[in-house]
Ligand binder design. Structure first.
Ligand code: SF4
Ligand code: SF4
Length: 170
């Protein structure tokens, strides 16, 4: 398969992770449409998996998108959080803001487990999601995050990204 296009910098959609679990309507993710959620509710949907901050390779012939373990230089490998979220556009201008308007356009490259993608598809949150478990660490403890598995793009030449392709579907 020929690599036709390499995303030059991470496509990222990350909202603020581990939002405060306050001022959220009970089980809002089951009853409130994405476009009607409050900002705290929208942010609380993010499971903190870190997958959207990975660099990806797109194949022109099939449109397939493959994930690599090569992460944005601002991603913290241990917390799976952006290390400078407030100022991230200053350092990574290509980082994409995820909101109800952009979601449909970029959903194709979000991981299948992404809460925004799931709800946009009319699917429920997985049983390991922090909103479901009440445990902010449950994405990590259930093995559904990239914690401890990434390498920084600062350490890997772009020509070598295909050596870091993640084989399993994300
Ligand atoms: S893939 Fe979705 S749920 Fe995971 S960190 Fe990114 S925005 Fe949050
Ligand atoms: S700037 Fe932050 S939120 Fe954007 S891709 Fe990089 S680590 Fe993720």
């Amino acid at each position: 398969m020929e690599i036709a296009g390499v995303f030059p910098l991470p496509f990222s959609a990350r909202p603020r992770h581990f939002a405060r679990m306050t001022n959220l309507r009970p089980k809002f993710w089951e009853t409130v449409p994405l476009k009607k959620m409050t900002a705290p509710e929208w942010e609380a949907l993010c499971d903190g998996c870190g997958k959207c901050c990975l660099n990806k390779i797109e194949y022109e012939d099939t449109g397939e998108v493959e994930y690599t373990r090569v992460a944005c230089r601002l991603l913290d490998n241990e917390t799976c959080r952006c290390s400078n979220y407030a100022n991230r556009f200053q350092y990574v201008p290509e980082c994409i803001r995820l909101n109800p308007k952009t979601l449909t356009r970029i959903a194709y490259w979000l991981p299948a487990s992404c809460a925004y993608k799931l709800l946009n598809q009319g699917k429920p949150l997985p049983d390991w999601h922090p909103l479901v478990t009440g445990d902010p660490d449950s994405t990590h403890t259930s093995g559904n995050s990239m914690r401890g598995q990434t390498v920084s793009e600062a350490a890997v030449d772009e020509d070598d990204w295909d050596d870091y392709i993640i084989q399993e579907n994300l």
